[in-house]
Structure formats: C-alpha cells, structure tokens
Design a protein around this ligand. Sequence first.
Ligand SMILES: *[C@@H]1O[C@H](CO)[C@@H](O)[C@H](O)[C@H]1NC(C)=O
Ligand SMILES: *[C@@H]1O[C@H](CO)[C@@H](O)[C@H](O)[C@H]1NC(C)=O
Ligand SMILES: *[C@@H]1O[C@H](CO)[C@@H](O)[C@H](O)[C@H]1NC(C)=O
Ligand SMILES: *[C@@H]1O[C@H](CO)[C@@H](O)[C@H](O)[C@H]1NC(C)=O
Ligand SMILES: *[C@@H]1O[C@H](CO)[C@@H](O)[C@H](O)[C@H]1NC(C)=O
Ligand SMILES: CC(=O)N[C@H]1CO[C@H](CO)[C@@H](O)[C@@H]1O
Length: 636
Amino acid sequence: MRALSPSPSTLAATLLLVLLLLQCSVASAGQFSGDSSKLSGIIIPGFASTQLRAWSILDCPYSPLDFNPLDLVWLDTTKLLSAVNCWLKCMWLDPYNQTDHPECKSRPDCGLSAITELDPGYITGPLSSVWKEWIKWCIEFGIEANAIIAVPYDWRLSPSMLEERDLYFHKLKLTFETALKLRGGPSIVLAHSLGNNVFRYFLEWLKLEIPPKHYVQWLDEHIHAYFAVGAPLLGSIQTVKSTLSGDTFGLPVSEGTARLLFNSFSSSLWMLPFSKYCRADNTYWKHFSGVTRRGHQTYHCEEQEFRSNFSGLATNIINIEIPSIRGFDAYPSVSEVAETNLSRMECGLPTQLSFSAREIADGTFFKAIEDYDPDSKRLLYQLEKSYHGDPVLNPLTPWDRPPIKNVFCVYGIDSKTEVGYYFAPSGKPYPDNWIITDVIFEVEGSLFSRSGDLVEGNAGAASGDETVPYHSLSWCKNWLGPKVNITRAPQSEHDGSDIQVELNVEHHGEDIVPNMTRSTRVKYITFYEDSESIPGRRTAVWELDKANHRNIVRSPVLMREVWLQIWHDIHPDAKSNFVTKAKRGPLRDEDCYWDYGKARCAWPEYCEYRYVFGDVHLGQSCRVKNSSSDLKLHYL
Ligand SMILES: *[C@@H]1O[C@H](CO)[C@@H](O)[C@H](O)[C@H]1NC(C)=O
Ligand SMILES: *[C@@H]1O[C@H](CO)[C@@H](O)[C@H](O)[C@H]1NC(C)=O
Ligand SMILES: *[C@@H]1O[C@H](CO)[C@@H](O)[C@H](O)[C@H]1NC(C)=O
Ligand SMILES: *[C@@H]1O[C@H](CO)[C@@H](O)[C@H](O)[C@H]1NC(C)=O
Ligand SMILES: *[C@@H]1O[C@H](CO)[C@@H](O)[C@H](O)[C@H]1NC(C)=O
Ligand SMILES: CC(=O)N[C@H]1CO[C@H](CO)[C@@H](O)[C@@H]1O
C-alpha cells in the first residue's frame, strides 16, 4: 500500500529543498562545491549484471519458443528451460576470436533498465536485480532521472574486445563528458565487482587517449568520487572453479554446460587471482619509450613472493591431481613444478601439484594441465592475447590508488569464503573431467576444509564477502597513507554510545587492523580514513560486517553512508573531512518503526506518528519528522 502512496516522503521533499537552496550557492573557481543538482551518478554493474538481447532470428526446432530480435537472452529463464540449445547458441562466443555463433548473436541492452530488470522471478540472489533498490533510493531522495546513468556492457568480453567491438571505453568517456555538459558538474562513479575492473581499464585507456598533461585535469573535472564496491582487487578465487569444473550460478543447466559457456567468454580470465608481490610491465611507459612488446609478458616479483608461500593470499589456490605420468617430457613446460616430485611420477602414481596465485596468473597452471584438459589451450591463448598482451593494461597486476580526488573502497567482511580447491580427475569425459574433492574456506580469520578441519595457511585478519576473499578485497587498504583514522560504529541506527575511534594509526605496508572490541550481537561498519597523505585528496575504506558480495549494493547501510557522505561533500558548511560517524538516525519513513515497549514511535527525535490513509499497521504510520532537515545538519 505504501509503495503506491503518491506523496513523496517528507525527507525527499526536504532534501530536495536543501538541494534547491544549495543551487544558489556560489562555487569557487575550479573547485566543485555545493551544488548537488549538478552531480551525476554513473553506475558500472558487475559480471552477468547487464541484460543481453538477441540480435538475430533463430528457429528452435523442438521448442515452441524462438529467438527473435530484441528478445531477452540474458536472462530469460523460460527460454533457457524450454530451448536450452538455442539459448546456448545465443550466449556462446567463439573461444578464440570471440565472434558470435553463426546462427544467433546477442548484444547488451542500454539504459537503466538493462541493469535493474534481470528476471528476478525465477532466480533469487546471485543474478537477480541488484540495482533496483538503489534506483528507488535515488528517486526517494529527489534525484532527477537524467542524473543517474548506467553504463551496461557485454560482460562476456575481455576489455580490449569491449573497445574493439563496441567502442565501449570511447562511449564511456563521452558519457562523462555529456554528464558534465548537461548538468554542469562532475560525476560520482559507483562500480560493483567486475565493474571495478572495467573502470580501472577505462582509466588506463584514458591515459593513452588524452594528452598526458591533461589527464589528471580531466579526471578532476569529470569525477568527484569513486565508490569501489566489492572490488576483486587481487582477483576472485571462484573464477578458478568456474574455469575447471563449472559454476551454474543457480541456473538450471549442468555444471559441464556452465563450464563450456563460461570458458567461451574471454572475460572469464579477467578475475583470475594474481600475486600482490608481482607486477606486470607497465604498458603505458613502454608506449612512450617506443619499445614494442611482443611475445612474452614478464612479471617482476618481489623477493617476498618466493619467501612466503601463497603469493600473499590465504593458501594455494589450486591443488590438483594429475592423472598419471606419461613420461616427464609430456609436459616440459612445468619442469620446475614437476621437479618437486619426480620420484612419485616415475612410479606412475597420481601426483598432486599445487599452484599459487602467481602460477595461475602467469599461465604456469594452464600449461601444467595442457595434456589433460582441452580447454587449457584456449584459455592460454586468451590469457596471452587478451590479458598479458593487452595494449593498454595487463589487468592481472596489483592496482595502485587511482588518481581520483575521492576514493571510497567498500566491501563486506567475515563471511565464509572459498579460498582454495582440491581437484581430481573424475573419470568422465570433458567438460566434466574434474571434480572438486575438497574446498578450503576462510572464516573470520581462520582456514577450514570442507569437513571442518582447521588448515594451516596465511589467513587474513577477517574473511571475505562470500565470493571474493579478504586479501583481495582489502588490497585497497594500501591506497591509504601512512596514517589512518579508524572508526567503528554499529551499522544500524545508533546514538553514538557504542562507537570506537583511533586517530592517526600508523601502518607501513601491512594490513591495518584496529585494536577495537566487537560485541557479537552487533554488526559494525569500520571506516579507515585518510585525508592527509595526498593534499586535497581523500581515501577511505569501509568494511561492513557480514555484507554479502552481491547484496551489498542493495544494503540500506551502504546507501545511507554513500548518501550522507555525498550530502556532506556538497554542503557549503561542511567543515570536517569526512561525514561524522557520531550518530545515525532514521533518514527515510521506512527507517521509522513502532516501539511497542514504550508505546510510541522509536527515535522520537526523528520520527513521529502521522497516519496516512492506507496505512495497515502502526509502524507504517511512524514517519520521518517534517523538521528533520535541521537534524541533518548534525551530519556535517
Ligand atoms: C508536514 O507536516 C504537516 C502536518 O504536521 C503536514 O500537513 C504536511 O503535509 C507535512 N509536510 C510534508 C512535506 O509532508
Ligand atoms: C572466428 O572463428 C570462427 C571459427 O573458428 C571462424 O569461422 C570465423 O571466420 C572467425 N572470425 C573471424 C572474424 O576471424
Ligand atoms: C612455506 O611452506 C613450507 C612447507 O610447507 C613451510 O615449512 C614454511 O614455513 C612456509 N613458509 C612460510 C613463510 O609460510
Ligand atoms: C589495545 O588496546 C588496549 C586497551 O585499549 C591496550 O591495553 C592494548 O595494549 C592494545 N593492544 C595493542 C596491540 O595495541
Ligand atoms: C584524523 O582526524 C583528525 C581530526 O579530525 C584530523 O585532524 C587528521 O587530519 C585526520 N588524519 C588523517 C590521516 O586523515
Ligand atoms: C621434493 C619432494 O617433495 N619430494 C618428495 C616426493 O614424494 C616422495 C614420496 O612421497 C617423498 O619422499 C619426497 O620427499
């Protein structure tokens, strides 16, 4: 009933009023300040979060359903169920040159609906619409329709193919420029998951596109802040599972089919895990020194890579049993690896080999199983062509802080997350030729096997967000300077009584872990903030307890914090560097509820009882007070 209510929430109205007033404030030259009506929000969605539509006519012989132009391909579960072979033709790409199937092709949809309407009916969770809630917030806060821009992309493609086939990065640059021209102000980038890899590639591509001395100026003019949400900064371990044994993401297809499909996409390797101690050559400088790079990509590893065991991650990512030996020469490419246990191989026993993130990213692993797996050659081909040999950036290398004014890195922690796998031959033919015999999980700072046994390794201070491990998510703590202010506050509305602050914590290279207490019943959000190390620029890391990788973008806490931070940034009276954490009251009618114990609306300072025709229960009639715009000034 309330969703249908025609009157906008009071907060939206008051916020809009504030925004209109702000419009009149005079912006000082060159510096963006105080005019939210000029801001645009640009959303870069994650893997599999853009709709794909058919751009062909395909008759499906044994099914009543055909594919006609503009029919939904990703994701129409009815068609997937009734005509799986047709559907596969429309999804599949040639594993070498990434061309479409001769009978059917699909192209990404455009506009906001391309990322908000992903068939939420059949599948819940992973693939359903993650952005719908976000858009709802924007509307509730009075943001104009043309201020929110989605930049959907064909998530099946590698970055260079995105540009080659769709001119994606070219169009993305125009999107920023159009937003500036249309609304007169910079944009806020909100990227989720793989969207962060896309944005990173864009920043490198841009370096080659505009004159070097205008690069930072372009960024300052066009981008006010970058929110990196759930970024797999050192890759995602689950990619390895999808590559070797298939991951259906909840779709009604077999794992083998999922594997075939996933491995036909060149994007499948974009999120491979890599070592934080090894860096690929910087293509940018090569470009100017005139050295052409052909053939082998080189990684330069710090000594630490060889002194520590797991490339800085929790454990070896792959432990795989190689069927049996056909003589040492069968795979000379792994001589160093194989050398470690030659004696067992000569006896013809199955051999278990282990691979760290470095050995996966540099191709050693795929070479090692080349003789046992038909997909290896194709994957190696894509790895060398689309990643190691990419003319703009080899993305399988650690990312330094991007030169954007305000960078916010946001992720969930302390969920059970897969960090390593044991594979063995299954005895079945390709594509079902590997089975997972064990999985290593990280759980709140410890490693466990599937059977629950504790495992030795290099567990981080916390665990990941269910999809991406902690080491990969928290890499952005390296973007903070040597001194950091840390604040831990409850995620829910709070009055400031349970808030912990540590100012100017020093750290050098290693992970920063606050010396703070945690009540087991409270979910916290921990803020790491630095506004000092680079003059005029701010960096922050927000860790949300138990926030899940895919659902984090629709979590009310994230939306509230992003809104308050932006609200703070554009307010001419803002004095602190970051929005205060001292208190969090309800912001929307939905946040107000009935307190049965006290027989009144909770948060009386913010909420009042105001019945509106159509309310069904007490809580619904608790609404944010008209006067709450004054209260919002507390957040400056
Ligand atoms: C503010 O409150 C009054 C009654 O107290 C109500 O009539 C009015 O509609 C409210 N304003 C908004 C914008 O909701
Ligand atoms: C891509 O590969 C397929 C099959 O290998 C081939 O038929 C097609 O002509 C190739 N396309 C291009 C553009 O090279
Ligand atoms: C590396 O692994 C070896 C053997 O498993 C172990 O003895 C050694 O302590 C490990 N080194 C580090 C730095 O963890
Ligand atoms: C953590 O804080 C407590 C009290 O605030 C202090 O006694 C303890 O030494 C601190 N530990 C570290 C490692 O700083
Ligand atoms: C930490 O907070 C204090 C007080 O707000 C501020 O002066 C200082 O610059 C902050 N430190 C960093 C590293 O941002
Ligand atoms: C170098 C190495 O790890 N060699 C081992 C290979 O396997 C045999 C039998 O299990 C061990 O005795 C070796 O130490």
